[in-house]
Ligand binder design. Sequence first.
Ligand code: G3H
Ligand code: 13P
Ligand code: ZN
Length: 316
Amino acid sequence: MIVTTAQLFKHAYGKYAVGAYNINNAEQAMGLFKGAIQSKAPFIIQISKGARAYTDKRMLEAIIRAAGEIFPEAIYAVHLDHGDEATCYDCIDSGFFSSVMIDASHDPFEENVAITKRVVDKAHAKGLSVEAELGMLGGVEEDIKVEEGNACLTDPAEAEDFVKKTGCDSLACAIGTSHGAFKFKGRQSLHFDVLDKIKAKLPGFPLVMHGSSSVPKDEVDRINKAGGTIKDSMGVDPAEYLPAAKRGVTKVNIDTDGRLVWTRVHREYFQAKPGDFDFRPPGKIFIVEYANFIASRNILLGSAGQLDDLRKSLGK
Ligand code: G3H
Ligand code: 13P
Ligand code: ZN
């Protein structure tokens, strides 16, 4: 059953975070739905602009529709990840998405407000929720100086002003994470102090944490043992997901970790069987491994086991 992120956040707020997982193909979709059912967790399935362009934007929608029929007990939102204004409008018009993210965080504050407000007006008119972003994730990892790194983090007073001016439904905040497999150099912790200040300014308002992959060391080691050359990787400590959830983070974005599962499975498979060229055997292994990964993350997020209670609270 497709629901809005607002419905998911209402149930989760202050108790647990909903995992938001990116998909690009049928194998990821199967693993995601299987893992969610295995762990009895609601989830957010997210599609980036790149994912829509990978095959055809209609392909992923068709895959998700099919997965919804194969797993009728699943409760999830369908979300555009890091949309620009035009892609947001395209997804709003598609009639399939339950929420969109407008990412104008690289624009100056007033420009970000103006773009976000336009998207909010169009989305709300059609019953979709909008995630916006304030602060910049990217720069934080490249900067080892804390003072300069802090300059990229979300300013709590600005966050309050931004939400008031735009009417967005959730806010992606920069609290020390960044996208990809190389998040930290020498330090590994979220800025809980900043999160506390944002929560104090925006009590009850759903916050979103991007760049939340944990980049497991054993996964990277296995990839490298099977021919990979991933160096100096570091992710978010997954033990920090729940403390973040208690501070108002209701959506935790995880993509890179899924790519690592895919890479490990396929590298190991073809290294062990260099003469093989049928992609279905490793594809099947990936689906099972990705499902197990999703279930393990949902346990750490606190979303595991919430499905029945959520269903009741939705009156379904
Ligand atoms: O935050 C970005 C997500 O990991 C999606 O990545 O734009 O390469 O699909 P992508
Ligand atoms: P990771 O690169 O840490 O998986 O972050 C994904 C993300 O934020 C998608 O929007
Ligand atoms: Zn992101």
